[in-house]
Design a protein around this ligand. Structure first.
Ligand SMILES: C[S@@+](CC[C@H](N)C(=O)[O-])C[C@H]1O[C@@H](n2cnc3c(N)ncnc32)[C@H](O)[C@@H]1O
Length: 270
């Protein structure tokens, strides 16, 4: 099934992206396309295999470098401390992990946890000093089944990744499980700009400029059409805050960045 271009969906449609509906319908969204529930993870892996090599370059180009400022703001909001153990779910090439690593010295550790080997490999050359190499580790695995025991991290974060996880609530529940009581949670995701004129410009940019540049510079128009589609199906900030509270996070708060293009949610495991 396909939908109109640059459309922001209503709450009912966004709810259909949640675990309960996916389990009932046995289908999940891959952008505006419906795919069998159990196949979505393979679609996502293929997608990131395609973009891995140029992922960091394209992120910086398409966001005019602003994603670095969003990531710095998100990490500040986690109030990391020396010695913390931090899980970076869907950590990819490791931007958030590297920022976190600087804040948890001495003695801290960050694990980049990602299902895609190519994405993690693409980030390894950027572990370019001893501190980063000593502090950051990689584990390949699915966010829906995090391969760590209960209560073992002081902090868990996910940046621009949870949109890709087939059962999003399951992913958040797993992050909650591996956090220690009192542990800090952070989710950085794209969302809907609040000002109508800015949103219109953003829509034009997302559905015309980004796919064009994706094709020209990364060799994949499809990959950079998929990105804005997934954003338009993702819960709005209040909806996501309710989901996180329902899962068991306390003190759930969020902050919009750049008129709401990106939003940081934080919470605590009680
Ligand atoms: C858009 S990238 C974000 C990377 C990084 N966090 C950042 O902010 O630049 C999304 C990442 O999520 C990973 N991913 C997607 N589905 C996943 C899953 N089910 N479990 C673990 N990682 C997943 C992808 O492989 C990819 O590296």
């Amino acid at each position: 099934m396909t939908y109109g271009r640059y459309r922001w969906f209503d709450e009912q449609k966004r709810r259909q992206q949640l675990d309960e509906h996916i389990k009932r319908s046995r289908t999940a969204s891959f952008g505006f396309q419906q795919v069998p529930e159990e196949e979505k993870v393979q679609w996502v892996c293929r997608h990131f295999n395609t973009v891995a090599r140029r992922y960091d370059f394209m992120n910086t180009l398409l966001s005019f470098g602003i994603h670095h400022a969003w990531k710095r703001a998100a990490i500040r909001m986690m109030h990391l401390r020396p010695g913390d153990r931090v899980l970076d779910v869907c950590g990819g090439t490791g931007d958030l992990a590297r920022l976190a690593a600087r804040r948890i010295q001495p003695g801290g550790r960050v694990i980049i946890y990602d299902i895609n080997h190519a994405m993690m490999q693409a980030g390894k050359p950027r572990l370019d000093n001893d501190m980063l190499r000593r502090t950051i580790g990689h584990v390949q695995g699915d966010a829906e089944r995090i391969a760590f025991p209960n209560n073992c991290f002081e902090a868990a974060m996910v940046g621009f990744g949870i949109r890709n996880v087939t059962h999003m609530k399951r992913g958040f529940t797993e992050m909650h499980r591996v956090l220690k009581p009192g542990g800090r949670f952070m989710c950085l995701e794209f969302s809907k700009p609040t000002a109508p004129l800015f949103r219109w410009l953003y829509d034009m940019y997302s559905f015309y400029v980004m796919p064009f540049l994706g094709e020209l510079l990364a060799g994949s128009r499809q990959a950079y059409t998929h990105l804005p589609e997934t954003i338009r199906l993702f819960p709005l900030p209040d909806e996501l805050a309710s989901i996180l509270a329902e899962i068991g996070f306390a003190n759930v708060r969020y902050r919009r960045l750049t008129n709401g293009i990106a939003v940081v949610h934080t919470g605590i495991k009680q």
